[in-house]
Design a protein around this ligand. Structure first.
Ligand code: OGA
Ligand code: ZN
Ligand code: ZN
Length: 397
């Protein structure tokens, strides 16, 4: 079939605020029993099921133009729905007329490519964290300037993408007035409030309700493993650090998990399958959650680390799992103590470290207040806010 070339065709179409850019246009479409096959003008092919296409019709009857939410419900057509006709129109979009309801759907090339669900397309879209050990992060630590992050949206986007990839970043020359950490966090979105407050002050306090509020060494940990959803990003802004000691240590928990997966499969199994118990009790709260140290998704990818020795409750797993989990847990702690994995940095006043609390473990050495004070201010922002802000910035920039 000869495709008429429309010179006015736009290579970028906006659907639901998102521009779907394309350099590829369909050359031909052919209909099979359950699918249509699209051949693109670079020779690639994509396959889409009729039922999937009908489900994803973007017309104003199927998707509300007001809310951008789906109105159509897939149970209102038979699973066996088919095209009576499929063609490429003058704007080089794919058109389908349906056998069931005579509905006509129009699909934009960029949208189809962005949502193609072939194995290779899905693999390409999968998030791949850039994991690091000590020497990697020494040379590649993402570093940003406070003023740039606050005032420049391009810098903001680049900082957030680095944070998503590396799970860590350092912001320098941050104003040391209290509450400035909120200004940076709110460049992303809402702060996640917890029982420790909207912002928390990390300094030695009388009647401390957390190990963090003493002068003690903290072992490598994630914050709030006692919650079903651990906070995503953690911000720690150094206002004063005149004490001796108190150096920060961070490790990429994903790197350690990968190491265990490679070298100690039995420990990996225990750490991914058997939960630890985490407790945090205070006068007015009593949080508990059971979860594995290493969480994985249905594809087996490592998605989350959950670990704070000082917040553990007694193990409550099947007797035959106990020895395996203790062995795995010992190994995990030993690896967090291994300097090959550690990024060591002494925070100075005006520095703000931001990291993925569900991936990067953090700790500090004990400190001594004889020489001066140590005061950090922190807060959390959930991961959904990070990825949402990245998408919104990417639409515009
Ligand atoms: C915390 C914490 C680290 C530090 O407050 O959760 O880990 O450097 N603080 O004091
Ligand atoms: Zn429709
Ligand atoms: Zn902490």
């Amino acid at each position: 079939m000869q495709i008429p070339v429309d010179t006015t065709a736009n290579s970028s179409t906006v659907i639901g605020f998102t521009p779907y850019k394309t350099a590829l246009f369909p050359l031909s479409v052919s209909c099979d029993a359950n699918t249509i096959n699209v051949t693109w003008d670079n020779g690639d092919t994509s396959l889409f099921h009729y039922i999937w296409l009908r489900d994803n019709c973007q017309c104003a009857k199927c998707v509300s133009t007001l809310t951008r939410e789906q109105l159509f419900e897939i149970c209102d057509v038979p699973l066996s729905i088919k095209a009576t006709k499929a063609w490429i129109n003058a704007q080089r979009r794919i058109m389908i007329e349906w056998d069931f309801d005579q509905h006509i759907s129009e699909y934009f090339p960029g949208w189809l490519q962005a949502h193609c669900y072939s194995d290779s397309a899905r693999l390409k879209r999968q998030f791949k964290p850039q994991t690091w050990n000590s020497s990697d992060i020494e040379t590649r630590l993402p570093q940003y300037q406070y003023n740039d992050v606050i005032w420049n949206d391009n810098t903001l986007l680049s900082w957030l993408k680095d944070l998503r990839s590396f799970g860590i970043s350092l912001i320098e020359n941050v104003d040391t007035t209290p509450d400035t950490v909120a200004k940076v966090a709110e460049r992303i979105s809402f702060i996640r409030q917890t029982n420790f407050g909207r912002l928390f002050d990390v300094k030695a306090k009388p009647n401390a309700n957390s190990a963090a509020y003493t002068t003690l060494r903290l072992p490598l940990h994630t914050d709030l493993p006692t919650r079903e959803l651990q906070p995503g990003l953690q911000f720690l802004h150094c206002l004063v650090n005149d004490a001796t000691g108190g150096e920060s240590i961070l490790v990429d928990g994903f790197k350690i998990a990968e190491h265990i997966r490679q070298h100690q499969p039995q420990a990996y199994l225990a750490l991914t399958q058997y939960p630890l118990s985490f407790y945090n009790k205070d006068a007015d709260s009593d949080y508990r959650f059971d979860g594995p140290v290493i969480a994985t998704n249905s594809r087996g990818a490592i998605t989350e680390i959950r670990m704070a020795n000082f917040l553990r409750g007694p193990l409550a797993i099947a007797p035959e799992q106990v020895m395996d989990l203790y062995a795995g847990y010992q190994l995990f702690i030993e690896l967090t103590r291994d300097s090959r994995f550690q990024f060591l940095h002494r925070l100075s006043a005006g520095e703000l470290i931001v990291f993925d609390n569900r991936r990067v473990l953090h700790s500090r050495n004990a400190f001594d207040l004889k020489q001066g004070a140590r005061h950090l201010q922190g807060c959390y922002v959930d991961t959904d806010e990070l990825t949402s802000r990245i998408r919104v910035l990417e639409r515009a920039l």
